[in-house]
Design a protein around this ligand. Structure first.
Ligand SMILES: NC(=O)c1ccc[n+]([C@@H]2O[C@H](COP(=O)([O-])OP(=O)(O)OC[C@H]3O[C@@H](n4cnc5c(N)ncnc54)[C@H](O)[C@@H]3O)[C@@H](O)[C@H]2O)c1
Length: 262
């Protein structure tokens, strides 16, 4: 799949915020939104990485900026949303992507680990939806995309907080999608299978995890997903192509979750 298959997705002038955009999927999301005309704020916890990522996109001639953000801090999320609205006059796309991979037997998980996982991936997603939603409802429309995971639909041992947060994100997406549908604010999700980022590699190297080969054998498509396939899903969800779609989480997983056949 080539990215220019989405050449008709014109996001010119759309103001977008992508959380956790310093690297991996978030950075790829920011690049593709920029390439389709959007102005992107890379909202990232790691300032050095965020700066570097934004500079890289600027060097490619793209309209990107880094703003520091810890998504688990609701006041900080609200401040970023308000500041974007104040500076740009609109907020059209908000992608809740920030996440982290921690693996541990559940009986050993500390309170801090549990709270961080839930705080970043569930509460952080809610705070992003709420702060962006307030503005989008006031301005008469917008599109929010939440990055869930196949782990929100099928469990993986050793990732209690991650799996629980991602499952809740899928239901949060459905809830807000219904709640705001009549007011032109769409809330959708993406549930990826394995895409080779640092987070995914950390999952693979955890001693209790399946190997890459096992994943591929277990996946009906018999291959990993390629980044353009994830980017295409994002472009679909933020464009008019999906104008009557809300509250849904699309699995981008090569059939992984559908298949229970051994
Ligand atoms: N890569 C995969 O295979 C895969 C599969 C399913 C779901 N996902 C989800 O996709 C998203 C991105 O994953 P990735 O693979 O690119 O991971 P990654 O580790 O490469 O990137 C995650 C980014 O989020 C940032 N971040 C972490 N905590 C933050 C916070 N509190 N506030 C702001 N930013 C924060 C990190 O600094 C990092 O830049 C995550 O939500 C992850 O759960 C990834």
């Amino acid at each position: 799949m080539q990215q220019d298959e989405y050449a008709d997705v014109d996001l010119t002038g759309k103001v977008s915020v992508i959380t956790g955009a310093g690297r991996g999927i978030g950075l790829a999301f920011a690049r593709t939104l920029c390439e389709h005309g959007a102005q992107c704020i890379l909202a990232e916890l790691d300032a050095e990485m965020g700066e570097e990522a934004a500079k890289g996109l600027q060097a490619e001639g793209l309209n990107a900026r880094f703003w520091p953000l810890d998504v688990s801090d609701p006041a900080a999320v609200e401040a970023v949303a308000r500041q974007v609205w104040g500076e740009y006059g609109s907020l059209d796309i908000w992608v809740n992507n920030a996440g982290l991979a921690r693996h541990q037997p559940s009986e050993e998980v500390s309170l801090e680990n549990w709270q961080t996982g839930i705080g970043v991936m569930l509460s952080g997603t809610f705070f992003g939806c709420q702060s962006a939603g307030r503005i989008m409802l006031a301005q008469g429309g917008g599109s929010i995309v939440n990055v869930a995971s196949v782990n929100g639909l099928a469990a993986q041992p050793g990732r209690a907080a991650y799996n629980s947060a991602k499952a809740a994100v899928i239901h949060l997406t459905a809830t807000l999608g219904c709640e705001w549908a009549a007011r032109n604010v769409r809330v959708n999700g993406i549930a990826p299978n394995v895409f080779l980022t640092e987070l995914a590699m950390a999952s693979m190297t955890y001693s209790g995890a399946a190997s890459l080969e096992t994943y591929i054998r277990r996946c009906p498509a018999r291959r990993l997903g390629e980044m353009p396939e994830l980017l295409g899903t994002l472009l679909f969800l933020v464009s008019a192509h999906s104008g009557y779609i809300t509250g849904q989480t699309l699995r981008v997983d090569g059939g992984f979750v559908s298949d229970h056949y051994l």
